[in-house]
Design a protein. Sequence first.
Length: 527
Amino acid sequence: MVSQGVGGHEGMSGTPLWKIREQHAAHREAALAESLAYVAARSKPIISPNVLVDGVSMGGQGKSKPLVRHVVVKDLRKVADRLKVDFPTSGLFEDKAPMGLFALFDGQSAASEPGPMAAEYCAKNFHKKVMDNCSALPPNCTSDTFVKAALVKSFEDLDKELLETQPDILDGCGAAVALLLGGTLFTAVLGLCDGILYQVQGANQKDLTGETKPLGRSQGRCHLQEERARLGRIPGVTIVGNGPGSKVRTADGSLSSVSRSLGDRAWKEAGGTAVLSCIPEIQATKLTWADKKGTQSSQDARHLFFMLNSKPLAEAIEDEEMVAIARDYPQQPRAAAGEICTRAVEKVPGGQHTSVEVWLLPGGPTGGQEDAGADDKVEPAKKKQKTGLDMTSSRLRHILIRYQDPPQKAADGKKVGRSKLEAEALIRRLMRELHVEMAELRKTNKGKKPEEIALRSAKFPKLCKEHSECETSKRGGNMCGDLGWVSKDMQIKRGGNFRELVAALTPGDYSDVATSAEGMHLIQRIA
């Protein structure tokens, strides 16, 4: 039957066939564009966050397992790529925004007796929950609100899994987590762990003013007004005491100094899930970075670093002292965290003190390395013959400190050599001396290039001759400790984090505590 005089060229819906073909063509084009966009996003190189990060743990001797576990996943995208996990491609995740995950889990921040099992389990599994929940975000739900929700769900999922699948784990733990997604920092802190974010303003080092932002002090503590109000609404629960020492007491008389944790089976199986929440304090901060040269005008504020700290350390060291130490070791997170932990152990010997520091390197979230892999390109042979120089090489000098871990003992029982902790402590002392000298040299050699100032150091050759255990320390003058031009391949072959730390140096800079197959190094790039 021909319909209403239009020639019978309509589909069953009454739409003209030419219109249906046009719609199908538009759908095909849209699907092709979406596929091409997906392929382009997948093929774009993965760029690591532009940071230096390290963590140190001290104290807690006599325990069969550490009570605190810290996790450093500098490039979460690479881990996800290996596990075939796809993150969203819009919003904060757009253009394969660099992703890093840094965390510590502290078995000393629990309602039950301190223990290592919950912290160990959480450290091994938390990153999987974050990847699962971030990858599940719909394309139109990729703002900071939804990423924060994904982090909260990661805590809930981990707590549920811990209680339902790990019946042998009876203890609990607190947590301090940081997810770096492009230029946004997401932090999630649970229990009595803590963290700080530090921002400075000013053009000159001596004129800098700083602001410290705490990251985890609005939860987990029974004396806080909102926390007391939450606990007060639970039948049979009372708060004992006032101030930081107050505790929550349940109807059966159980006492806890924390009101939030992961695990703590006995509490939660007895109906204490309402008391011991696993919801962390969540914050999202849009980070401001120093420019590529590391300097900005006095009006520009920029974030320098953030830190995650275990319960005993957060209670032993004030924020101001932590910041002062970190400022003494710029772009040297291993040295800064080591010094902070050393001082914390001196003040409170009994606990396990752990600190993770993440230093934001100049140049923004990617460091200006959107063309990832450019550093790996090999120059044509003819060009190399002309220059005689591998452009990925760096001119380096170093102080090498060897150690034994654990230290060996002679027949008479005396220790032979130095321990790893002693080696690090020595390198930190040398760093302090060299930083003081470098500051003076900069004042008296204004206008000189950093590499020229570096070679005016009288202290480096002296300290190198006194302490370095490398044959290069026997050379004279500025050649003392000189490794010459060291190619990228040779830096990698040394092992440890030698290459990573050299890559972050500009001429004149001293490295963080570097490790290799030989021992520990303090490296200076001189060209």
